[in-house]
Design a protein around this ligand. Structure first.
Ligand code: ATP
Length: 257
């Protein structure tokens, strides 16, 4: 009998880089929802910002999107793949840089980059060129050969960002990515981001820093008390930062009344 050939081919699904539909999340032992009825779409080639005060619900939204915590209600798809029903295919398509730099302290930077390349199946012959292009942005220098446990906060941030980019994710998700980076690196990262989206990739960027979001994002969603209160194009927004901040804190106050 002729043996049937089994090939593991991923089903190709065409979808927006990210779609969030009716997301609700309530943590155990809490009576209120941390996020309520969050819906938005990230379009290919854009940098979308999520802006909100401390406790507004940014990290909760990102943790749900990336499958780190279960949703209470709603649906999230990444390039068409449902994060809860098809997590492996969804996770192949994005990288997440958290704000707490959970990296493997007992590895050197080089070992960590190689580990990330292994996880995402980056071909061996492509890794050196990839590392060299990222080194031009992040400039870790010889520290890359040293143990991560001895890195400063900013160096840990850099190695996390480099690791997350080894496989050129379609969607790059960042939670407060500029904290701890020196001004030269911030500028280099911003210009890298611009080039990244020009090449058809997408970035979702969360921060409570209005200046940074205004500088970087093409479109911005403002979250207050777990809900989207508005969406604005900060680059073409004529109000100054103080007026915008007042407007979104007013929304937050109204939500809580
Ligand atoms: P920050 O800018 O301070 O990081 P944030 O906008 O990211 O804030 P979240 O961390 O998403 O806000 O928090 C939203 C709400 O959910 C807050 O009321 C917070 O207390 C609550 N929360 C967050 N994590 C947990 C958790 N693990 N267990 C219970 N409640 C949580």
């Amino acid at each position: 009998m002729k043996k049937q050939k089994h090939e593991r081919t991923a089903q190709v699904i065409d979808g927006a880089p990210l779609e969030v539909n009716g997301l609700y999340k309530k943590y155990d032992k809490k009576s209120d929802y941390a996020v309520k009825n969050i819906s938005f779409t990230c379009k290919r080639g854009e940098i979308l910002g999520i802006l909100g005060a401390n406790g507004a619900g940014k990290s909760t939204t990102l943790k749900c999107i990336t499958g780190m915590i279960p949703l209470s209600e709603g649906k999230i798809t990444i390039a068409g793949y449902d994060i809860e029903k098809n997590p492996v295919e969804a996770k192949r398509r994005f990288s997440f840089v958290t704000d707490n730099h959970t990296v493997f302290q007992k590895m050197t930077g080089t070992q960590y980059l190689s580990f990330m390349a292994d996880v995402y199946g980056v071909p061996t012959e492509e890794r050196q060129a990839k590392y060299e292009s990222l080194e031009k942005v992040f400039r870790l220098g010889d520290s890359v050969k040293k143990l991560i446990s001895g890195y400063s906060h900013g160096m840990k941030q850099k190695i996390c960002m480099m690791g997350s980019l080894m496989h050129d994710p379609e969607l790059w998700i960042l939670d407060e990515p500029m904290l701890g980076l020196d001004p030269r690196t911030q500028n280099a990262v911003i210009s890298f981001m611009r080039d990244y989206v020009k090449n058809g990739k997408t970035i979702l960027f969360s921060s409570h820093n209005l200046d940074i979001v205004r500088r970087i994002c093409d479109r911005t969603i403002i979250i207050a008390s777990g809900e989207i209160v508005t969406e604005i194009d900060l680059k073409n927004e004529s109000r100054d930062n103080d007026e915008i901040i007042d407007a979104y804190y007013d929304c937050e106050k109204a939500e809580n009344e």
